[in-house]
Design a protein. Sequence first.
Length: 268
Amino acid sequence: MITGVSSGFGHEMTQQLLERGDTVIGTVRNTDKVHDLIDSYPDTFDCRLLDVTDVPVLQNTVREAFERHGRIDVVVSNAGYGLFGCAEELSDAEIDHIIATNLLGSIQFIKTSLPYLRAQGGGRIIQMSTYGAQVAYPANSMYHATKFGIEGFCEAVAQEVAQFNIGVTMVEPGGARTEFRYGSAKVANLMPEYESSHGFLTMLDASRGLAPGDPKRMAECIIASADQDPAPLRVVLGSQALSATIERLETRLADFRTQTELAASTDF
């Protein structure tokens, strides 16, 4: 079961899984972009209408999917989008919506799936994240907030449900040639005062150069991770993503190590 399969990694994963003969329950907000899959795989593509911000509908959709199919081996929390703009440029509505979608929607989808996965004796949860859950850039504050947040949730949940044979994996891709950058990204009402932080506009402009990540290869790796035992907690995709993550974590670790005496000084 995969949320948000109308484009990007969700669509690519769904297509690959259907081509190899798997059954996919895929959620979309509208069916405009998945008519090809509906027509080509009438028996194995179970398409459901869902906006993950509507929690009661989300809960009913998960329940109906497990009741109809009996067992779902892998649930993939994929629905989400990027919001670009400095903190002062963001409206309250934009902040509320990205939290409701990327963070709360993912939390509710995973939480609702847990009793069914536990009852069937195990399964796999895959949370689509980003290397931006480790590395923060200007004009991405709310996107980073949702991804840092969902990774904290997933890391804790992974420890809670390991006893039930449920594995949890967070996938951290770098830039890829998907609609995340070139179609679905939302941009705040930009202010000239923050022009120096608007470098993301170049990234969103396909005519200025495309992202290095191949969505097809990335989707193959995500699918393959579902069969790894034990489940990898994190999977980083993209050489730039990995190098940036390592660099940022090493910087953070070095800073922590300078605080040994300060930290100890506060103990009784």
